[in-house]
Design a protein around this ligand. Structure first.
Ligand SMILES: *Cc1c(COP(=O)(O)O)cnc(C)c1O
Length: 458
């Protein structure tokens, strides 16, 4: 018999979970105004809200915490982080920030101006928020295949090079501060970008005199998919793939809460010393001195260690296989899920799940509420609420995909948890015809409304 696959780590510390009754959950979700961000964590049994900052650090990372250097300036922890970034990505300059959006805030303060255009692949919500806040616009150049959840394309995060070139042609280079490539593409379903596409984007950027920024939260999962799916990379190590990927970038922003497996942290990587100097001013203003930027020394230590661990093939293999396991279980049970499975999450197609519910009643959010009521599982809407209103017309924007994201924290849950989630969704699927009332908005913020929106039953 072939030996079955087993995880590449074992558990040393555990945290107890809280079960609840359906009656309790009915009350809690009403009190939370049908917004799962408003639930207390102890009201949740299995928390798949996000993989951001929710991972389990390793024994090595915890021991790095003990040796953190808390000096205000020039801490050894800063140099550890600097060396990890140079080794892994090849960037000679970097600024630490407290998380990914802080990196965007600092960098975009230098680079993005009123009227600018930023092409990219389905910009992440905070990235788009920071662009639109500066009265610039994000142009989505993702390939069309990304918007059909049933097409099996290995690299659904890819940019359509034709769309990209049309955008680059349409504006003068000084109006395009950079092209954003999101690795993996979170908003289109944790879908990877191929090396070939990165090469193509970089070539176009050079042709039109524009910079390339990698939004790098899940760069290592992206490298894993290149190794598994792209011809010619099977025998190349993850670290070598990452090094090659970043030859096609001028800049990076990183939310270290994802692939660096820490609970908080981020950074910006630069090749250009002048940009680094300009951004340093904003870093000092918004984040802290340039050798800590909103992070403790111990956190920088754990982050550096996490970058090395997060780029180990054995770890990534366990990680991505677990996500695939949940996807496969759901598929076997007949629940409509996005294919192929992404790196950090499984996306349930709420348009196929609840086709009769009007879109104005927020299909994916309604599904999130039903899944919570069913089993205390917290997932997150990636759909109309997240898409915000059009900044000009203030109308709801209806994205092509209306998804429920089941996001898997790193090294946290077992496959038994995945089984429970799959069966819970199957139960909701079996009674989908009875879900005839969606949700309506009672109160919302002008931007990034999904975090704080208040809803009631329609
Ligand atoms: C999480 C994330 C961000 C923002 O990072 P935070 O650490 O949450 O501020 C930006 N881009 C992508 C692709 C992300 O996944």
């Amino acid at each position: 018999m072939n030996l079955p696959y087993a995880e590449s780590y074992k558990i040393k510390v555990v945290e107890n979970l809280h079960r609840s009754s359906r009656e309790e959950r009915e009350q809690w979700i009403r009190q939370a105004k049908y917004n799962l961000f408003n639930l207390k964590s102890e009201q949740v049994f299995i928390d798949l809200l996000t993989d951001s900052g929710t991972g389990a650090m390793s024994d090595r990372q915890w021991s790095e915490m003990m040796t953190g250097d808390e000096s205000y300036a020039g801490a050894t922890s800063y140099y550890k982080m600097k060396s990890a970034i140079k080794n892994i990505f090849g960037f000679p300059y970097f600024l630490p920030t407290h998380q990914g959006r802080a990196a965007e805030n600092v960098l975009f303060s230098v680079m993005v101006n009123n009227g600018d255009v930023v092409p990219g692949n389905a910009h992440f919500d905070t990235t788009k928020g920071h662009i639109e806040y500066r009265k610039a616009s994000a142009v989505d150049c993702t390939i069309d295949e990304a918007y059909d959840t049933q097409i099996e394309h290995p690299f659904k995060g890819n940019l359509d090079l034709h769309k990209l070139e049309e955008t680059l042609k349409a504006y003068p280079a000084r109006r395009i501060p950079f092209i954003v490539v999101t690795l993996t593409c979170n908003s289109s379903g944790g879908q990877p970008v191929s090396m070939e596409n990165l090469r193509g984007v970089h070539a176009l950027a050079r042709k039109y005199g524009v910079r390339v920024l990698f939004d790098s939260a899940r760069f290592a999962e992206n490298a894993y998919f290149i190794k598994i799916r792209e011809e010619g990379y099977q025998d190349v190590s993850i670290r070598d793939i990452v090094a090659e990927m970043y030859q096609h970038a001028d800049l990076m922003t990183m939310s270290s809460k994802k692939d660096a497996i820490v609970n908080m942290g981020g950074f910006i990587g630069f090749r250009d010393e002048d940009l680094f100097r300009q951004a340093s001013v904003y870093n000092i203003m918004f984040e802290g001195f340039i050798t800590y930027g909103g992070m403790s020394g111990r956190d920088m230590n754990a982050l550096a260690q996490g970058l090395y661990e997060g780029t180990r093939f054995e770890y990534l293999d366990t990680r991505v296989r677990q996500v695939g396991y949940l996807g496969q279980r759901l598929e076997e049970l007949g629940v409509p899920v996005q294919k192929p499975f992404g790196g950090h999450a499984i996306f349930v197609d709420a348009n196929q799940f609840l086709p009769n519910l009007p879109r104005e009643q927020f299909r994916a959010q309604t599904l999130a509420v039903e899944l919570y009521l069913e089993a205390g599982v917290r997932a997150v809407e990636i759909g109309t609420l997240l898409a915000d209103r059009d900044p000009e017309t203030r109308e709801n924007r209806y994205p092509e995909l209306e998804l429920l994201r089941l996001t898997i924290p790193r090294r946290v849950y077992t496959n038994n948890h995945m089984n429970l989630v799959a069966v819970a969704l199957k139960n909701v699927y079996d009674r989908r015809d009875q879900i005839t009332r969606g949700l309506k908005i009672v109160r919302e913020a002008p931007i990034m409304r999904h975090f704080t929106v208040e809803l009631e039953r329609h």
